[in-house]
Design a protein around this ligand. Structure first.
Ligand SMILES: [Zn+2]
Length: 351
């Protein structure tokens, strides 16, 4: 019978303890690793939460036709004259729910008729959809688009080189059509058409074909935030509305003399003021180069901004301007030419 070997037992015990120790180390590492993973999740989650808190509108599917825009304005003016405080955007938001964003003059008229019965019976537009989140979202979108286009305004006339602003406040279209009165143009709905210069993309604006040198008028007043050459837009002017919600982009302006004299970045302009001249520049890294194809035209863009992050990049929101431009067609600024400076000036502005 062999003698019990204490030495062997101690070796076996040491090996077992070592294995247990190694297993424990592995386990501890795993716990730490899990903890680390968990921290990453928490940080990501926090960022997500922050992201969610930035609850602003990410896109707008603007589809209102010009005839509906006119009908709504008439309706709104009629009720305001009766002393009913109706907001233009409220009616558009109401109609959008009623017609599921499929606008036509006939559906607009039919739904305005229903609204008329409700209002004449003593109701308000807010009674109808006050708690509807889609209504609230639509209202915010339409306000961002139309607060600079429809509302209270004052007229100003050019007198001795200065605009004399009248005291009377009117309610209606406070914006101008971008092509000055008396200058020919053609246009069609070209929003979303394919463009290929530089990279494949959609046409996020509206083009007016016209003669080189046609005076271009500011649709809405604001601050000049972009002025100069851009390899896509050529000579261009960017004007941000005073409330920062709308950015108007006027591009492909005239070679050699694109802007009115003395226009500078940071300048304030009024609705109706001449800002520059129609041309044919762009699609080149080289400044003051005309487009190789197509005909002279104004490229007009309207960007809606709910949050600073949407100013530049993938979050940009651009609106189809076809309906709005046809809505503004009666609001063309008359202009005169200074024969000494060869500069055009608008006779009337709105503020
Ligand atoms: Zn264009």
């Amino acid at each position: 019978m062999s003698k019990f070997n204490w030495k062997n037992l101690i070796i076996i015990l040491c090996i077992t303890l070592s294995i247990v120790f190694i297993l424990l180390l592995i386990k501890i590492n795993t716990i730490y690793a899990d903890g680390f993973e968990e921290n990453i999740k928490i940080i990501a989650c926090y960022e997500e939460t922050l992201e969610e808190k930035k609850d602003f509108i990410k896109w707008i599917d603007f589809k209102v036709d010009s005839k509906s825009l006119k009908a709504v304005l008439k309706f709104c003016q009629e009720y305001r004259q009766k002393g009913v405080e109706l907001d233009y955007s409220q009616i558009l938001a109401y109609l959008t729910i009623k017609n599921s964003n499929k606008f036509s003059l006939s559906s607009t008229e039919a739904n305005l008729k229903k609204l008329r019965i409700h209002l004449d019976g003593g109701g308000t537009i807010d009674d109808i959809y006050q708690d509807n989140k889609y209504y609230q979202r639509n209202l915010e979108s339409y306000k961002a688009i139309f607060d600079g286009i429809v509302g209270d305004f004052r007229k100003g006339q050019l007198e001795d080189g200065e605009y004399n602003i009248k005291d009377d406040i009117e309610y209606g279209i406070k914006a101008f059509f971008p092509i000055a009165y008396g200058f020919d143009f053609t246009h069609y709905d070209d929003f979303g058409a394919n463009r290929s210069y530089g990279y494949k993309r959609r046409h996020l604006g509206h083009d007016f074909m016209g003669q080189v040198g046609t005076p271009i008028v500011a649709i809405e007043g604001g601050v000049v935030t972009e002025l100069g050459w851009n390899k896509y837009g050529g000579w261009r002017i960017g004007i941000k509305s005073f409330d920062q919600k709308r950015y108007y982009y006027y591009a492909h302006l005239r070679k050699d003399k694109p802007f009115i004299a003395d226009l500078s970045l940071g300048d304030k302009v009024l609705a109706g003021q001449v800002i520059g001249y129609l041309g044919h520049t762009g699609y080149s890294d080289k400044e003051n180069t005309n487009l190789k194809t197509g005909s002279p035209h104004l490229h007009l863009g309207l960007q809606i901004i709910f949050d600073k992050s949407q100013e530049k990049g993938s979050g940009e929101i651009w609106i189809d301007l076809y309906g709005i431009c046809n809505f503004l067609i009666g609001e063309r600024a008359k202009v005169i030419r200074d024969n000494n400076t060869k500069e055009w000036m608008s006779l009337s502005i709105k503020t």
